[in-house]
Design a protein around this ligand. Structure first.
Ligand SMILES: *[C@@H]1O[C@H](CO)[C@@H](O)[C@H](O)[C@H]1NC(C)=O
Ligand SMILES: *[C@@H]1O[C@H](CO)[C@@H](O)[C@H](O)[C@H]1NC(C)=O
Ligand SMILES: *[C@@H]1O[C@H](CO)[C@@H](O)[C@H](O)[C@H]1NC(C)=O
Ligand SMILES: *[C@@H]1O[C@H](CO)[C@@H](O)[C@H](O)[C@H]1NC(C)=O
Ligand SMILES: *[C@@H]1O[C@H](CO)[C@@H](O)[C@H](O)[C@H]1NC(C)=O
Ligand SMILES: *[C@@H]1O[C@H](CO)[C@@H](O)[C@H](O)[C@H]1NC(C)=O
Ligand SMILES: *[C@@H]1O[C@H](CO)[C@@H](O)[C@H](O)[C@H]1NC(C)=O
Length: 753
């Protein structure tokens, strides 16, 4: 009984399918009549949940059917859960569609979040109406001199049924002696109307009254019919009838023409004079009510004006039947047809409807071509005025052209079916660049001027863990002074991850490695959250000048985290925190006075400068130099031993008192130094009275004299001993072959005091 005519599939996107369902239902069925099962007919599997996870709303799993558009919400509905299409009340085709041959209701249903069902329900006519005439008698006055061939329009019958069941034809019965004939004519819209045509001249004197029966038949099976009796009175008249210049006119009129606009000025002329020649215009009796609502006719002038709102979209063509008759007795009216063709004006802006917008948001990983919305655009105008061009407005966001050229929004429209468009992504998305878009759709028709409409929706881009943490540097160089305290902060590494939330939360760790045989974990540690690196031991520059290790940065993305690493080089710095201190000669106020005997000669050791430095290594290695007072090069200093010697045998002749400035420098970084001023005087023979014994010169003198005496004594004794041994050896050599002179020498030495 209910026929699913078609089910055509149109794959238009990975997720969305358009389905075209045609149904038909006879009129006059009671409320609750099931017309079809959308779910089944669209070959859905209601058990499978929707593929999209976007909305996350509480939509039932068993399937959901959302009516997007319903041309007759009071008549039809779809059960949201079962998908059954049913009638809500008895549908009377005739009241719904009046005279239209095709009576169709349309619905658009969004099923299971992934299918658009375009549903057409045709209301089938049943022959439930018989034709009917407005009255059961038609009175006609026909002048006896009406010529054969003269036509008289007859009232039409009306059958609200459509198509085959509508009015089909007229029959004239009881045609008296073949005086009358019936001609059935068609209007432009297909409706038929009868005209009575006089076949032979009427003779009032012979018969002044004729009774005819007009039968209207519909095309039903069996046909229904109606009859009307036509009473023709033959009257005596010599009048001339009014005559229209033409039997029909075609007038083109723009829709929405203002009230009072002249449609046509009809002229019917009557040759008679006086009242017999005065013409009265009116709509013919069978002109439909709608035409009477839209137009007015001036009875005297025949001027037809616009009275109502002419809407091309409602009816593009209107026919006005006009009759003109004179005021004389027994007038014979003249008939004329005015066809008004409406010209479409671009009076309707396009309308944009969102059938479905991916609620919530879109993952930045969505590949190009991902459908984010389904849009329907319509324009009630026809022709060019209804031809639409749609696009996504570029660069709607406040960021305004950040991306450069005009089309900065990564979305485009794809036309899919009739006026359905999908909004799809046209390139990969990156949340880190822009995380929200305002998608504006513009529809523009082809009228002149064109009308446009826009509609917007927001798309939020969801994060994916697509960025690994990135270190700000590939190599971090940190420095630490040796002898640091364990736990000292060395510096920080930083890795940035633009992803959101956990996907961008970075934690740091040190990759396992060894320095020599020792694990790196005994050297340094890293704070997992902020990347701060701390020393775990005290470093010794002499042992470890530098070492390297790798730091790993890892985000907390799920299910898979991303990571990257960077190298950290720690350089241990040598510390030079102690300056040298000069301990010899004894300084007073950084000054020492030295006395050198006259004629001491070349290379005489004036003094030894000795300094101490608490630093180790290079920082403790000292170098001595004379920085001032030696312009004449009278003295020299040994850079490493600090011994000052005379360079000139008669230095005292050049300058009797020399003030040398000696500087001691260590080799640390930076270098530290100490300075002493040595005042050197020449003295003759013994020390003068009153000179403080503060310098090494006096010690030098005191010590060297006994030393020379001692050494000289030892040398003499040694010489004597050697002569003795030599003599003794020569004598004993003859007795003992293996005599060892050294043993004897040692024995002898032990024996000496
Ligand atoms: C279903 O109805 C639509 C609109 O009337 C029509 O365009 C389409 O061709 C029909 N489909 C079939 C298969 O009859
Ligand atoms: C009727 O006559 C008037 C005045 O002469 C003229 O303006 C008008 O165009 C005529 N109408 C038709 C339909 O010819
Ligand atoms: C989107 O852009 C349009 C046009 O630029 C604007 O009218 C609308 O208010 C914007 N909507 C949002 C949510 O920003
Ligand atoms: C829409 O029409 C208005 C004028 O009605 C015009 O100013 C505007 O530029 C049009 N917009 C688009 C996107 O065509
Ligand atoms: C992190 O990324 C995953 C996929 O890589 C995504 O499912 C998740 O929603 C993201 N988290 C946040 C907070 O955006
Ligand atoms: C460190 O990163 C480089 C590339 O950046 C990679 O080749 C290497 O495998 C990583 N090392 C470790 C231990 O993850
Ligand atoms: C130390 O030397 C400075 C200048 O060289 C001098 O002003 C000061 O008086 C001296 N002090 C003593 C105690 O001799």
């Amino acid at each position: 009984m209910y026929l699913s005519i078609c089910c055509c599939f149109l794959l238009w996107a990975p997720a969305l399918t358009l389905k075209n369902l045609n149904y038909s239902v006879p009129e006059e069925q009671g409320a609750g009549t099931v017309i079809g099962n959308i779910g089944k007919d669209a070959r859905l599997q209601p058990g499978i949940p929707p593929a999209e996870r976007g909305g996350g709303g509480g939509r039932s799993k068993s399937g959901s059917y959302r009516v997007l558009e319903n041309s007759a919400p009071h008549l039809l509905d779809v059960d949201a859960d079962s998908g059954l299409l049913y009638t809500k009340q008895r549908i009377d085709r005739e009241s719904l569609c009046r005279h239209n041959a095709k009576c169709q209701l349309s619905l658009e249903v969004f099923a299971n979040d992934k299918e658009i069902c375009m549903i057409k329900v045709e209301i089938q006519d049943i022959n439930d109406n018989a034709p009917s005439f407005p009255s059961d008698q038609i009175e006609m006055d026909i002048s006896e001199n009406a010529a054969p061939g003269t036509r008289f329009p007859l009232t039409s019958a009306h059958d609200p049924d459509a198509g085959e069941n509508g009015l089909r034809t007229y029959l004239l019965t009881r045609d008296d002696h073949g005086l009358f004939a019936l001609d059935v004519k068609s209007r432009g819209d297909g409706t038929k109307f009868p005209e009575l045509v006089i076949q032979k001249a009427l003779d009032r004197e012979q018969q002044n009254h004729h009774t005819l029966v007009l039968t209207a038949l519909d095309g039903g099976e069996p046909p229904r019919s109606a009859t009307v009796q036509i009473n023709v009175k033959v009257i005596d008249s010599n009048d001339n009838s009014p005559v229209f210049e033409a039997p029909s006119y075609l007038v083109e009129l723009p829709e929405n023409s203002p009230m009072g606009t002249v449609v046509i000025d009809l002229n019917a002329t009557d040759a008679d004079e006086g009242p017999n020649g005065e013409v009265l215009y009116s709509f013919s009796s069978y002109v439909p009510d709608r035409v009477r609502e839209l137009f007015s006719i001036d009875p005297k002038t025949g001027l037809i004006r616009v009275k109502g709102n002419l809407d091309y979209e409602e009816n593009g063509m209107l026919e006005i039947d006009v009759q003109a008759r004179d005021l004389g007795p027994n007038p014979i009216p003249a008939h004329c047809k005015v066809t008004v063709k409406l010209i479409d004006r671009n009076d309707n802006a396009p309308s944009i409807g969102f059938v479905s917008v991916r609620q919530g948001a879109l993952s930045e990983a969505a590949p190009p071509g991902t459908v984010i919305a389904l849009v329907r655009v319509t324009d009630r105008d026809s022709g060019k005025n209804g031809q639409l061009q749609c696009r996504v407005l570029g660069g709607g966001g406040a960021a305004g052209g950040l991306g450069g050229s005009g089309g900065s929004v990564p979305f485009k429209l794809e036309e899919n079916y009739d006026n359905f468009y999908t909004v799809v992504t046209d390139r990969p998305l990156d949340r880190e660049t822009q995380d929200e878009y305002n998608v504006t759709i513009v529809a523009r028709d082809g009228g002149s001027p064109p009308l446009n409409s826009t509609k917007s929706f927001a798309v939020k881009i969801l994060d994916e863990n697509d960025n690994p943490p990135r270190f700000t540097k590939g190599l971090y160089v940190l420095q630490v002074h040796e002898n640091n305290i364990p736990g000292e902060y060395l510096g920080s590494v930083l890795a940035q991850d633009p992803d959101l939330g956990q996907n961008g939360t970075v934690s740091y760790s040190i990759l396992p490695s060894h320095i020599g045989d020792v694990s790196i974990y005994t050297y340094v540690s890293v704070n997992p959250t902020n990347g701060a690196i701390y020393a775990l031991r005290s470093f010794n520059y002499e042992q470890t000048k530098a070492f390297e290790f790798k730091v790993l940065a890892k985000d907390s993305g799920a299910p898979a985290h991303l990571e990257s690493n960077a190298t950290v080089r720690v350089t241990v710095l040598d510390v030079n925190d102690n300056a040298p201190v000069i301990v010899l000669p004894t300084l007073q106020n950084d000054t020492a006075e030295l006395q050198v005997p006259r004629n001491a000669g070349l290379g005489y050791l004036v003094s030894t400068v000795r300094a101490l430095d608490s630093d180790f290594g290079e920082s403790g290695r000292l170098t001595y130099e004379i920085v001032d007072g030696n312009d004449d090069h009278l003295f020299e200093i040994d850079p490493s031993s600090g011994e000052i010697r005379t360079l000139h045998p008669f230095w005292e002749d050049v300058t009797p008192v020399v003030e040398l400035v000696v500087k001691v420098t260590d080799h640390g970084k930076p270098t530290l130094s100490a300075v002493a001023k040595l005042i050197i005087r020449s003295v003759s023979g013994s020390l003068p009275e009153g000179v403080p014994r503060v310098n090494g010169e006096q010690h030098h003198w005191d010590m060297s004299l006994p030393l020379i005496v001692t050494l000289s004594t030892i040398s003499i004794i040694l010489l004597a001993a050697m002569i003795t041994i030599a003599v003794k050896c020569k004598r004993e050599n003859k007795e003992i072959r293996t005599y060892n002179c050294r043993i004897a020498e040692a024995k002898w030495r032990r024996g000496t005091p």
